[in-house]
Design a protein around this ligand. Structure first.
Ligand SMILES: *Cc1c(COP(=O)(O)O)cnc(C)c1O
Length: 368
C-alpha cells in the first residue's frame, strides 16, 4: 500500500527505501547477529558504519580535507551555545537575524560572548533577506552567524555571502539544519556549518558539525569537554558514546543520496535539480491561484519550506482535514506564522508535490 506524503518540517519524512532497509537489517546487521542498536560503538562493525557515513557525507557535500566532520548531539539549539563556546574567544560575534532560528541563536550566544546584530529583516516580518552590502560587520568579530534556511519563515540564502568581499576576515557560521544536502555548498565561504539531522539527513538525535581545521583549539575554559570541537575531532566523534542508530540511519540516507540521478547529475547536485523543480511547481501554482498566498520575496523563497496562507482563513480546518483524507500529512503551519507549511525536503518526491498541488487546485475549485 502506498504511504501518504508527509510534509512535516521535522522530524521529517525519510526515503521509504531507507526505512525498508533499516527494517530488513533490524535484527541482524550484515550477519553480525546484532541490531545496530546493540553494538559497541568501539567495535569493528560500528566502526565500519561510522567510517562509511563520514566518507559518504564528505563525498556528497564535497567537503574539503581541511574541514572536520563531527557527529554530535544536542541538535541545532545546543550548537547555538556550543559554537560561541568554541569560536567566540569571549569576544564579539556578529549575527544576521532573519527569522526565528537566527533570533534564538543570537539570544543564546549573548550568554557567552558579545553578540551584535549586524542586520535584520524584522521590518519586513521576515519575508526578505537584507543585502550583504548593508550588513554592519564589526572589524573584530570572531565570526558572523547566519541561518542559511529559515525553516519557519521559509526564506533561504540562494548564495552564501562572501565575507572577504565585504571587507571582513571573520569566518562565516551557517545553521544549515533545514537545507543541508538539498544543494551544493561553497565551502570557500564557510568556516563552520551545523545542523540537526532530522530535517534532511535522518532521524533526530544526530547533529552534524563541519568545521574548518584552523578554527579549533580556542574553546572557552567553561566549554564542556564533550562539546569541545577539538576533543570531539581528536576522538573521531567518539569521545562519548555517539548516537549510533541515528548515525546508521543517516549513513543509509547518504547511500540513498549517492544513488539518486537527475538530468545526468548524481548525488546532491541531482537532488538540487529535483528540489528546484518541486519548489517551482508549488510556488508557481500558489502565485497563480486566487485562494493561496505566499508572502516571501521571490528571490529568497526557500526550496525546502513553503509557508502559505488561505486568503479565507476560515477554510483552514477544512483544508487540513481534506488534505489528510487525500493522504497529505502535517501541512499545518508553525504556530508563530499560522496558515500552512509544506516542507519538501529531499525525501519528498516530485509526485508528492504534484499530489499536493492537485489537492489544492481541487479544494480551490470546489469553493469558487
Ligand atoms: C530545526 C532547526 C533547529 C533546531 O534543531 P534542534 O535539533 O531541535 O535543536 C535549528 N535551526 C534550524 C534552522 C532548524 O530548522
Amino acid at each position: 500500500m502506498a504511504r501518504p506524503y508527509n510534509f512535516s518540517a521535522g522530524p521529517a519524512a525519510m526515503p521509504a527505501e531507507v526505512l525498508q532497509q533499516a527494517a530488513d537489517e533490524m535484527l541482524d546487521w550484515h550477519g553480525s547477529g546484532m541490531s545496530v542498536m546493540e553494538m559497541s560503538h568501539r567495535g569493528k562493525e560500528f566502526g565500519e558504519i561510522m567510517e562509511a557515513a563520514q566518507a559518504d557525507l564528505r563525498e556528497l557535500l564535497a567537503i574539503p580535507d581541511n574541514f572536520h566532520i563531527l557527529f554530535m548531539q544536542g541538535g541545532g539549539l545546543a550548537e547555538n551555545a556550543i559554537v560561541p563556546l568554541n569560536l567566540s574567544r569571549g569576544g564579539q560575534v556578529d549575527f544576521v537575524v532573519t527569522g526565528s532560528w537566527s533570533q534564538k541563536s543570537i539570544k543564546e550566544a549573548a550568554r557567552y560572548a558579545k553578540a551584535a546584530l549586524a542586520a535584520s529583516n524584522a521590518e519586513s516580518s521576515h519575508t526578505t533577506l537584507p543585502a550583504p552590502g548593508s550588513w554592519r560587520l564589526s572589524a573584530d568579530a570572531q565570526y558572523v552567524h547566519i541561518c542559511s534556511n529559515e525553516t519557519i519563515h521559509g526564506i533561504e540564502f540562494h548564495e552564501l555571502p562572501d565575507l572577504k568581499a565585504l571587507g571582513s576576515n571573520a569566518p562565516l557560521v551557517i545553521d544549515f539544519s533545514s537545507h543541508v544536502a538539498s544543494r551544493t555548498v561553497d565551502w570557500s565561504r564557510v568556516g563552520l556549518a551545523f545542523g540537526g539531522a532530522q530535517k534532511n539527513l535522518g532521524p533526530a538525535g544526530l547533529t552534524l558539525v563541519v568545521v574548518r581545521e584552523d578554527l579549533l583549539g580556542h574553546a572557552l575554559p567553561a566549554c564542556p569537554s564533550a562539546f569541545d570541537y577539538t576533543t570531539v575531532a581528536a576522538n573521531g566523534s567518539m569521545y562519548n558514546t555517539p548516537p549510533t542508530y541515528s548515525i546508521y540511519m543517516a549513513g543509509l540516507t547518504f547511500q540513498w543520496l549517492k544513488r539518486q540521478t537527475e538530468g545526468g547529475l548524481s548525488g546532491v547536485a541531482a537532488m538540487e535539480q529535483r528540489n528546484i523543480a518541486k519548489a517551482s511547481l508549488l510556488y508557481d501554482f500558489i502565485d497563480g491561484s486566487s485562494l493561496y498566498l505566499n508572502k516571501v520575496a521571490r528571490d529568497c523563497r526557500s526550496r525546502m519550506n513553503v509557508p502559505f496562507f488561505l486568503r479565507d482563513e476560515a477554510l483552514n480546518d477544512a483544508f487540513l482535514a481534506g488534505a489528510k483524507a487525500a493522504g497529505l500529512l502535517q501541512l499545518k503551519g508553525h504556530k508563530s506564522v499560522g496558515g500552512m507549511r509544506a516542507s519538501i525536503y529531499n525525501a519528498m518526491p516530485l509526485a508528492g508535490v504534484q499530489a499536493l498541488v492537485q489537492f489544492m487546485r481541487e479544494f480551490e475549485k470546489a469553493r469558487a
